[in-house]
Write a protein that binds this ligand. Structure first.
Ligand code: NAD
Ligand code: UFG
Length: 340
C-alpha cells in the first residue's frame, strides 16, 4: 500500500518524503512542478538512497489521477499541492480558488471513487485570522480570513468536515501549520522561493548571502516585546515528522472524527529575534530598515501545542538556532536554490 503525496516536490512535501521513508512508509509523488523542481526529488533520492516514483501532473486532471489510482494501490493521501502566496492570492483570487478548491474537490472525488478514505491536509494558522488572544487553541474561531489564500484553506477544512458527515468512514487529519522554516540538515534540500521572497526567513537568508541589500522590517509598533511581529517558527523537519504521526494516527484509529491539530512550537519570536539568531548562525551582519506595517499582518501568532502532544504524541524539538543554522547551510550551499 502506498501513500499518494500531492505537492511532494515542494518545500514541506520534499522534507516529508524523507521522514516517511525513515518511518518505513511507501509513497508516490504527484506534482505539476508549478512551484518546485524535479531536482528536489533527485536530492531526496540521494539522501534516502532509493528511487522515488514521481508522476508529473495536476490535481485538477481527473483522468491522470484516475490512471494513478488504477495503477497503484493507494490507501491514503497527504495533500500538500496548492498555491500558497498570500499576496498573489489577493491579485489573482480565481487562480487560487481554482487550484486549491477545485483541485482538492477533484482529488477527493477520485479518492472516493477508488475507496481511498484517509487524507492528511495542509492547512494553516491563517484560518484563525487575527486571534483575540495567544497562544492559539484549535477551538478558537476560524474563518475570519483576510485573503483568498486563507479563505481557500478555511473552505477546504469545511469541505473535509462535510465529507466526513456524509461518509464517516473517511479518516481526516487537518494540520494547521504555523510558520515553517529551516531546511534539511544535509544542506541539500530547502525552500526555493520564486523571485523576491515574501516570507521572513528566506528573505533574511538571501540578505545574508548578499542577494538582497537589506531586510525591510514591517512595523515596529506592534504590541509585542520589541514592537516587531511575533510568529511561531517551526523547523520544517519537525513539521515533516508531524505528518508521519498524523498518518500513524489515521492508520491506528477506527472510525474517527476529523482531527484538527496545530503544528507549531508554542514559542513566539519577533522579527528582530529571528534576525539576531540568523546573524549568529551565519556569522554575517544583516542590514535592516524599519518600514511601515505590511497590510493584513497581525501582531502575534503562536500555537498552543498541547493537543498535538496529547493526540499525536508529537512535539517540535528543534530550536530557533537550528532553524537558522540549517537555513543558512541550505542558502549558502545553494545561493540560487535548485537553479530553476
Ligand atoms: P510549495 O509551493 O513549495 O509546495 C506545493 C507544491 O504543490 C509545489 O511543488 C507545487 O508545484 C505543487 N502544486 C501546486 N499546484 C498544484 C496542482 N494543481 N497540482 C499538482 N501539484 C501542484 O509549498 P509548501 O510551502 O511546501 O506548502 C505545502 C502546503 O502547505 C501548501 O498547501 C501550503 O498552502 C501549506 N502551508 C504552507 C505554509 C508555509 O509557510 N510554507 C504554511 C501553512 C500552510
Ligand atoms: N516580515 C518582515 N519583513 C519581510 C517579511 C516578513 O518584517 O520581508 C515580518 C512580517 O511582518 C511578520 C513576520 O515577519 O511579522 C513573518 O512574516 P512571513 O511573511 O514570513 O509569515 P506570515 O506569518 O505573514 O505568513 C506565513 C505564511 C502564510 C501562512 C502563515 C501562517 O506566509 O501562508 O504564515 O501559517 F498562512
Amino acid at each position: 500500500m502506498k501513500i499518494l503525496i500531492t505537492g511532494g516536490a515542494g518545500y514541506i512535501g520534499s522534507h516529508t518524503l524523507i521522514e516517511l521513508y525513515n518511518s518505513g512508509y511507501n509513497f508516490i509523488v504527484y506534482d505539476n512542478l508549478l512551484n518546485s523542481s524535479k531536482e528536489a526529488i533527485k536530492r531526496v533520492e540521494k539522501i534516502i538512497n532509493k528511487d522515488i516514483i514521481f508522476i508529473e501532473g495536476d490535481i485538477r486532471d481527473t483522468l491522470k489521477l484516475k490512471e494513478l489510482f488504477s495503477k497503484y494501490s493507494i490507501d491514503s493521501v497527504i495533500h500538500f499541492a496548492g498555491l500558497k502566496s498570500v499576496a498573489e492570492s489577493v491579485s489573482n483570487p480565481l487562480e487560487y480558488y481554482d487550484n486549491n478548491i477545485l483541485g482538492t474537490l477533484n482529488l477527493l472525488k477520485v479518492m472516493k471513487e477508488f475507496n481511498c478514505k484517509k487524507i492528511v491536509f495542509s492547512s494553516s494558522a491563517t484560518v484563525y485570522g487575527d486571534p483575540a488572544t495567544t497562544p492559539i487553541l484549535e477551538n478558537f474561531p476560524v474563518g475570519g480570513t483576510t485573503n483568498p489564500y486563507g479563505t481557500s484553506k478555511y473552505m477546504i477544512e469545511r469541505i473535509l468536515e462535510d465529507l466526513y458527515i456524509s461518509d464517516n468512514s473517511f479518516k481526516i487529519a487537518i494540520l494547521r501549520y504555523f510558520n515553517p522554516v529551516g531546511a534539511h540538515e544535509s544542506g541539500a534540500l530547502g525552500e526555493d522561493p520564486n523571485g523576491i521572497p515574501n516570507n521572513l526567513m528566506p528573505f533574511i537568508a538571501q540578505t545574508a548571502v548578499g542577494k538582497r541589500e537589506y531586510l525591510s522590517v514591517f512595523g515596529s509598533d506592534y504590541d509585542t516585546h520589541d514592537g516587531t511581529g511575533v510568529r511561531d517558527y517551526i523547523h520544517v523537519v519537525d513539521l515533516a515528522y508531524g505528518h508521519v504521526k498524523a498518518i500513524d494516527y489515521l492508520n491506528n484509529s477506527n472510525k474517527i472524527k476529523p482531527l484538527i491539530v496545530n503544528l507549531g512550537t508554542g514559542i513566539g519570536y519577533s522579527v528582530l529575534d529571528v534576525l539576531k539568531a540568523f546573524e549568529k548562525a551565519s556569522g554575517k551582519r544583516i542590514p535592516y530598515k524599519i518600514v511601515d506595517r505590511r497590510v493584513g499582518d497581525i501582531a502575534k501568532c503562536y500555537a498552543d501545542t498541547s493537543y498535538a502532544k496529547e493526540v499525536l504524541g508529537w512535539k517540535a524539538k528543534k530550536t530557533l538556532a537550528q532553524m537558522c543554522e540549517d537555513s543558512w547551510k541550505w542558502q549558502s550551499n545553494n545561493p540560487d536554490g535548485y537553479g530553476i
